[in-house]
Design a protein around this ligand. Structure first.
Ligand SMILES: [Zn+2]
Length: 211
């Protein structure tokens, strides 16, 4: 099945006859796959769980990977189906830190009417440049460990920003415009957001100096 999907997708991007090599494991991120091109072979490694996904979703993922490999912009119903799928699939909550979990839930109640589905929230690396991130594929918020000693409202604001990414989702073809006007207006609703922005900058600079 995956073999045929890949053959079909390749035809959209190249005239070359490439060999297709399909692998699956649980080491790639959930609901994703990797594609590499070597010699005359394209190798796809997908997460085993995707065997249970609808064919259109699998096709969309393969098309996305091919479009990246061949550096072509590509939008189709299949790709759309894949994006919708990864936004709606429920992944296990792997959160371990009670403080992060609590922060997520407090924000959810206070700003989103409790409407955001629980997702994994965890500490990442000690980074002063990448303070936090939200990964759509694994539905995970990751926060730099520098915030382990930050005040509650600062941590809450950092988490709130990432929750907004989850809330507004991923708009096809607008990947680079994650911080839309709509997003920024919502972000500014957090109490003392302007002040917190400044404090976070200083806090990160301080952490950089004392590492
Ligand atoms: Zn952001």
């Amino acid at each position: 099945m995956w073999h045929k999907l890949t053959k079909d997708s390749l035809e959209l991007f190249t005239n070359k006859q490439l060999e297709v090599n399909i692998k699956h494991n649980r080491r790639v991120s959930p609901n994703t796959a990797k594609a590499v091109l070597y010699n005359q072979t394209i190798q796809i490694t997908y997460h085993t769980d995707l065997d249970n996904a609808p064919v259109q979703v699998q096709q969309g993922l393969i098309e996305l990977l091919c479009s990246k490999l061949f550096k072509q912009k590509w939008v189709s119903d299949n790709v759309h189906a894949y994006h919708t799928f990864i936004q709606n699939v429920s992944l296990p909550d792997k959160s371990k830190c009670p403080r992060l979990k609590q922060t997520f839930h407090n924000n959810n109640d206070q700003f989103f009417g409790g409407l955001i589905d629980t997702c994994t929230i965890k500490w990442g690396r000690r980074s002063v440049s990448k303070l936090a991130s939200y990964n759509y594929n694994s539905d995970t918020i990751t926060v730099s460990t520098i915030f382990k000693n930050a005040p509650d409202n600062m941590l809450a604001y950092i988490v709130y920003h990432e929750m907004l990414h989850k809330w507004y989702g991923y708009k096809i073809g607008q990947r680079c415009t994650a911080h839309t006007k709509e997003f920024k207006i919502a972000e500014a609703k957090f109490p003392n957001s302007t002040l917190l922005e400044k404090q976070i900058k200083l806090f990160a600079q301080n952490q950089a100096r004392h590492r």
